[in-house]
Design a protein around this ligand. Structure first.
Ligand code: LLP
Length: 422
């Protein structure tokens, strides 16, 4: 469900024609629909209403502070994986008491920052990390609330790059070794055990692997409780998939009811860390056709957005629908939609059935709200693009296009290169 629709052959975001936005901000740019974001978050959150729960939006999916603020206003907590994301969450107005900090490689500076901020819980991914958190907490006179991220060894049946809950993945502590890790945590003086966590992967289109993981976690929690360890929070991570092409992931309500069925009468607060399902279909990347060309074997549509702006197609082979911003009667061709970056892997679509677009035409690359801007880079010294939020018929630039000055900010030419004779 989203509010990007054609009216009179023009593609709109809510009440604004995308063409008009492009005229005002230039291309390429990311465009988000406020009402879609609100709806996605609300539907997801309400689906769990029957039990105590906290939805911690996964900041990595889209970390713009305007979006963070929007979700905070709807009661969201945040799932962060770096000091930078924590900084964003706090600047977006998030309540630190609703922030969970995941990730396999937390540095001491990040641990200290999180402790001083008073976050809800560290999701700890190794015994050495337990030790590190204990040490930092001791040094600054804090007690660190922790849960252990358990790796349940379950195949989430998704792209190998975004599977995280298999033994061969770097994430979490093997479920068989988790009791030992909890024992260590209970012996470390500056830690307070409060939870348990897992996240088995992203873009999940089946609910069974999640339910299976939950069952395994429940068994472990029962064991831990018998030993007197207090598990107040059970964090199931994120991962619910969306429709990019023809996938049919469970709706949030169905996903929730499977989880609720398993967890009812299990005395704890459920934490969820959705990212993609909240923002994925609420955003598009708008780009303009620069040129077209063809040879005997290929047709190319060259647009002004590249793999540095949206890396998913070249990195994961992901499919994103590409829609013309103005509907016309055009011949259908098969073409590669490519960007200006100097890499053969710089494409937004390959061998795609698409209308014969002409230079100057605008297209919207759909379902780009998650892992779009947040994975964008400055490769080829391309300036990162603007981000725009539309609410009804008003637009707000929530990130300005970078300038050339932004590109070299922080760089310095050493004196000996400026004055070689000295
Ligand atoms: N929690 C943890 C611990 C995670 O690692 C992730 C995603 C999430 C929550 C949110 O997952 P979601 O609900 O968005 O599926 N760049 C890839 C996706 C990487 C996901 C990484 N972890 C992509 O573009 O498909």
């Amino acid at each position: 469900m989203h509010f990007f629709d054609y009216k009179n052959r023009k593609l709109y975001c809510e009440g604004l024609p995308i063409e008009e936005i492009a005229q005002r901000v230039g291309t390429p740019f990311y465009l988000y629909s406020y009402h879609t974001l609100v709806r996605h978050f609300t539907v997801f959150n309400q689906a769990f209403d029957r039990i105590p729960h906290l939805v911690c939006y996964s900041v990595k999916a889209n970390s713009n502070i305007a979006l963070i603020r929007l979700f905070v206003g709807l009661g969201a907590g945040m799932d962060v994986v770096s000091g930078g994301e924590l900084y964003r969450a706090i600047n977006g107005g998030a309540d630190p008491k609703k922030i969970v900090f995941s990730g396999v490689g937390k540095g001491n500076d990040e641990i200290e920052y999180a402790l001083k901020s008073g976050i809800l819980m560290f999701n700890v991914e190794s015994s050495q990390e337990l030790q590190a958190i204990n040490d930092v907490a001791g040094r600054i006179g804090e007690k660190a609330p922790i849960g252990i991220r358990v790796n349940p060894d379950i195949d989430p049946k998704t792209h190998p790059y975004i599977s995280t809950g298999l033994k061969k993945n770097k994430f979490g502590i093997d479920i068989r070794m988790a009791p030992k890790a909890y024992q260590l945590a209970s012996e470390l003086p500056n830690l307070q055990i409060i939870g348990i966590d897992c996240h088995i992967g992203s873009q999940l289109v089946e609910v069974e692997p999640i339910v299976e993981a939950l069952r395994k976690l429940k068994r472990l929690v029962e064991e831990l409780r018998k030993e007197g360890k207090e598990i107040l929070y059970l964090d199931l991570g994120g991962g619910l998939g969306i429709t990019y092409e023809d996938e049919e992931p469970p709706q949030p309500v169905e996903y929730a009811s499977n989880i609720l069925e398993e967890i009812k009468e299990f005395d704890c607060t459920l934490i969820l860390e959705p990212g993609r399902v909240i923002v994925g279909n609420a955003g598009v990347l708008v780009t303009r056709v620069l040129y077209t060309k063809e040879n005997e074997v290929k047709k190319f549509i060259i647009v002004d957005a590249g793999m540095n702006d949206l890396v998913r197609p070249s990195y994961y082979g992901s499919f994103h629908q590409i829609l013309p911003v103005t509907q016309e009667t055009r011949e259908e061709i098969v073409a590669d939609v490519v960007g200006p970056v100097c890499e053969s892997s710089d494409f937004l679509a390959r061998d795609r059935k698409i209308e014969r677009l002409r230079p100057g035409d605008l297209v919207a690359v759909m379902s780009a709200g998650a892992y779009g801007f947040s994975m964008s880079t400055n490769y080829n010294s391309r300036r990162r693009v603007a981000e725009v939020l539309v609410r009804d018929d008003r637009m707000y630039v929530i990130r300005h296009r970078e300038s050339y000055e932004d590109l070299i900010r922080g760089e310095e030419i050493p004196d000996f290169l400026v004055n070689p004779q000295e």
